[in-house]
Design a protein around this ligand. Sequence first.
Ligand SMILES: CC(C)(COP(=O)(O)OP(=O)(O)OC[C@H]1O[C@@H](n2cnc3c(N)ncnc32)[C@H](O)[C@@H]1OP(=O)(O)O)[C@@H](O)C(=O)NCCC(=O)NCCS
Length: 160
Amino acid sequence: MISDLTIRLALETDALRIAQMSRDQIERGLGWSWTTQRVLRSIFDAETNVVVALEAGKLSGFAIMKYHDDEAHLLLLAVQPVARRKGIGAALVAWLEQAALTAGVGQVWLEARQGNVAARAFYRRLGYREIQVLPGYYQGREACVRIARDLWLEHWETDN
Ligand SMILES: CC(C)(COP(=O)(O)OP(=O)(O)OC[C@H]1O[C@@H](n2cnc3c(N)ncnc32)[C@H](O)[C@@H]1OP(=O)(O)O)[C@@H](O)C(=O)NCCC(=O)NCCS
């Protein structure tokens, strides 16, 4: 399990590492769209949270969430291969979900590559539901699965 985990907003100095993780862990085979400059724009964007997970001070994972009026879009999430299955991904998502609820945003959605069996199992475990398949979503080469969670509905159901 995680011994010494800190989750905090990303700093400018984290941008390169985050961009490299996106290239290697998420965008593999699709081209590199989340460059350092793009990550920096998200760090400075008032409607976006870029968060990092540090294990004993070392960057083990990150996530990027963009907030809209009633919904939030989880744009990117990755955990270093050596740090997986220790709850870091779940902790990053929980941090962002709490921020969404605090901001009055109740729905979270995201896209995953259809072939990303691990991510789909991960989101299922966290209470997300697959709501749509979009063929050719990734440059006409791969389908995506749109995945969503209604945090308001779950809180309402728990309270009633
Ligand atoms: C998806 C990802 C972020 C999960 O991060 P993680 O820190 O390993 O996840 P957690 O340890 O919090 O996992 C929580 C639960 O999700 C499920 N889960 C996670 N990885 C899984 C896998 N490879 N296969 C099946 N279930 C998995 C399990 O139920 C797990 O609980 P358990 O370990 O007690 O069984 C990580 O695998 C990753 O970075 N993948 C590459 C990038 C990626 O695909 N990002 C998502 C793009 S949409």
